[in-house]
Design a protein around this ligand. Structure first.
Ligand code: PXG
Length: 291
């Protein structure tokens, strides 16, 4: 494995960042997780845009242009001979500083690109669907730390994930401070009700997922009615179908939430159709990795 750090490649054993890096000390940094399909980095431009937006929001200067980072990402895939089924982790941390919070004492951000693989949930759940629960931990308050920022500070989601796993399920539904449905720990949520596809709007305190936006586009093109709407847990309990989306998760069906079966308790028809269309869509939507 060859890992990119600040313009150079290192082996897995050699790839190291200082313990004085503020990403390590304070979770001060931003990241992206991106899939590789069919010789392309899926929606790379969209991921790069979101990374730079996250960085801007926390006043982190990424020490290279978007074009340079796109090129570095594609080269990292090539160096690792990853052309299909891979997964890229792009990390930009505040950089090496001292033991105080002050980010202005960090000279330069560290840029890391790892091209590897990921399996978020066991394969069987893609066939038979996930069982999930609502957890007590609320999604970050947007006024405190915007969920739109894909920051290295994922404790909010980690807490929720712990609660789900401790309860014997794979994933957690997080509600926001008002009690409305926001998202899961690393995935957006969709329901289907009366043939309409519905997902919470960004102001519910979510990360606006690139997979989410792709699924909305695919569904609309397929003639499925799509709505962004405020959802309560009641809406999820009484939905006909439910699934989660994310770069790591892709599209994964949900068949039970808080011990209520969704629909008839089996993976829904529209969910299956969207999975099929998504698998086609990813083949042609991304930056081509050089041979
Ligand atoms: N919500 C949150 C909180 C996320 O972290 C998504 C939604 C889906 O967004 P995209 O753009 O990926 O469709 C995410 C992304 C992991 C992992 O290791 C999780 C994500 C991305 C990469 C890796 O669990 N979540």
């Amino acid at each position: 494995m060859k890992i990119y750090i600040n313009g150079n490649f290192y082996t897995k054993d050699e790839a190291k960042i200082s313990v004085f890096d503020h990403g390590f000390l304070y979770g001060d940094g931003v990241f992206e997780g991106i899939r590789i399909y069919n010789g392309r980095v899926f929606k790379l431009k969209e991921h790069i845009d979101r990374l730079y937006d996250s960085a801007k929001a926390i006043m982190l200067n990424i020490p290279m242009s978007k074009e340079e980072l796109i090129k570095a990402t594609l080269i990292t895939c090539k160096e690792n001979n990853l052309y299909d089924g891979g997964y890229i982790r792009l990390v930009v941390s505040r950089g090496d500083g001292d033991l105080g919070l002050n980010p202005y004492n960090c000279k330069k951000a560290n840029v890391v690109i790892i091209a590897a693989t990921i399996k978020l949930y066991p394969e069987e759940f893609y066939e038979k669907g996930l069982k999930i629960i609502t957890v007590p931990t609320r999604r970050n308050l947007p006024e405190a730390l915007s969920p739109s920022i894909k920051s290295l500070n994922y404790l909010n989601n980690v807490m929720a994930k712990i609660e789900a796993i401790n309860a014997g399920v794979e994933e957690a539904l997080m509600i926001n401070q008002e009690g409305y449905v926001s998202e899961c720990t690393g995935d957006n949520i969709f329901i289907v009700k009366n043939n309409t596809l519905i997902t919470p709007p960004s102001y519910m305190g979510i990360l606006v997922g690139i997979t989410r936006n792709s699924v909305m586009e695919i569904a609309e093109k397929d003639g499925i009615k799509v709505e962004e709407r405020v959802l309560t847990r009641y809406d999820v309990y009484t939905s006909d179908e439910c699934f989660l989306t994310g770069s790591a998760a892709e599209i994964i069906p949900v068949v039970e939430i808080d011990r209520r079966s969704i629909g008839n308790g089996f993976v829904g028809k529209i969910t299956k159709r969207l999975i099929k269309l998504f698998r086609e869509y990813v083949k042609t939507n991304g930056e081509i990795i050089p041979e």
